[in-house]
Design a protein around this ligand. Structure first.
Ligand SMILES: Nc1ncnc2c1ncn2[C@@H]1O[C@H](COP(=O)(O)OP(=O)(O)O)[C@@H](O)[C@H]1O
Ligand SMILES: [Mg+2]
Length: 307
């Protein structure tokens, strides 16, 4: 039996259903919640596949997950890729990949940890040229953390004064300033593995559990095809195997807005039963496939370790 382990936070509906589905299929693979104590460097990882739903919050899992990769486990999502990402890098990468993105600027932080003095910041101009930045992004604009999540510190600003007020509240965070895309349609694409995409209409203006709009008219086929292709292009470049990619569509052009959700909300209450089943099945297919055929890892130190 190959083993699949899950690391989770408070969520239960998705991981319980995934464990049940993998075990129900009797494919020579068994899934379970991982239980850990202190981990020794000499310890082997007993899992072929690990699904990481929470190391962004419970950071002490991160070194364990990287160690597990070194031991040959396949971790979803890859802990090395995920940790390297941020919203500015991702947006720049998307732009280079030919995916439309909002005009975006990364900003020096408002404040710094104790001990950082004026001389420590001699590479930065002061004051910042806010007018030039806003000329580039236009107004309204969005100010948000470069490594964010859960809609924390997301500010839509309509004037320079609003921008300054919002920026003054961001403390030591590194923020990006972004063109606001006034969309006519908003979609969220759920991506599992390297080739499975579920395109959904998703309305960010609604309360959390009413955002997936299964009852909306279907997305026009040419746009649907474009969304699938762009979602795959982004995920392959970023190395995610479990992700949601949001696009704001303006004048028929999909702009990638949020596409680094390494532990997307897969709760049944958010997804609804139909999308939930799609996700559980696609994830079960993926973990079983990876448990049976782990594939070749591609790390520089891997070549050294192979002797
Ligand atoms: N540039 C933008 N244009 C229009 N809407 C945006 C833009 N950036 C963010 N939003 C809106 O704000 C929401 C939260 O921003 P997002 O980047 O997803 O942050 P988080 O990572 O915290 O979820 C998005 O779902 C979207 O509805
Ligand atoms: Mg988001």
């Amino acid at each position: 039996m190959e083993r699949v382990g899950l690391l989770v936070g408070r969520e239960r509906s998705f991981p319980d259903a995934l464990i049940a589905e993998v075990n129900r299929r009797q494919a020579g693979v068994v899934a379970e919640y991982l239980i850990m104590d202190g981990t020794r460097i000499t310890e082997r990882c007993g899992y072929r596949v690990l699904i990481d739903r929470i190391s962004h919050e419970i950071v002490c899992y991160q070194p364990y997950l990287k160690h597990a990769v070194l031991c040959g486990a396949h971790v979803i999502n890859n802990p090395f890729w995920r940790i390297a990402d941020d919203k500015f890098f991702g947006t720049s990468l998307a732009h280079q990949l030919g995916v439309a993105v909002p005009k975006t600027v990364v900003l020096p932080s408002k404040s710094y940890p104790e001990g950082v003095v004026t001389e420590s910041l001699s590479n930065l101009v002061y004051p910042l040229d806010w007018r030039a930045m806003v000329e580039y992004t236009g107004l309204p604009a969005v100010l948000k953390p470069h490594w964010g999540g859960g809609w924390k510190q997301i500010h839509r600003v309509d004037t320079l004064e609003e921008l300054w007020r919002a920026y003054d509240s961001t403390g030591q965070l590194c923020m990006i300033l972004q063109e606001f895309i006034a969309w006519e349609q908003y979609v969220r694409c759920i991506c599992v593995g390297k080739d499975r995409v579920l395109v959904t209409t998703w309305d960010p203006r609604r309360p959390h559990q009413e955002r997936y709009r299964q009852e909306d008219p279907p997305i026009e086929p040419a746009l649907h095809e474009q969304l699938v292709e762009k979602t795959l292009r982004l995920n392959r470049a970023l190395g995610y195997e479990m992700n949601t990619v949001e696009f704001a569509i303006r004048d028929g052009i999909p702009y990638a807005i949020d596409f680094m959700n390494s532990a997307p909300d897969f709760d049944i209450a958010s997804l609804g039963p139909v999308y939930f089943d799609w996700v559980v099945n696609a994830m079960a297919d993926l973990v079983i496939e990876k448990a049976r055929n782990p594939g070749e890892p591609a790390y520089r130190w891997d070549a050294l370790l192979s002797g």
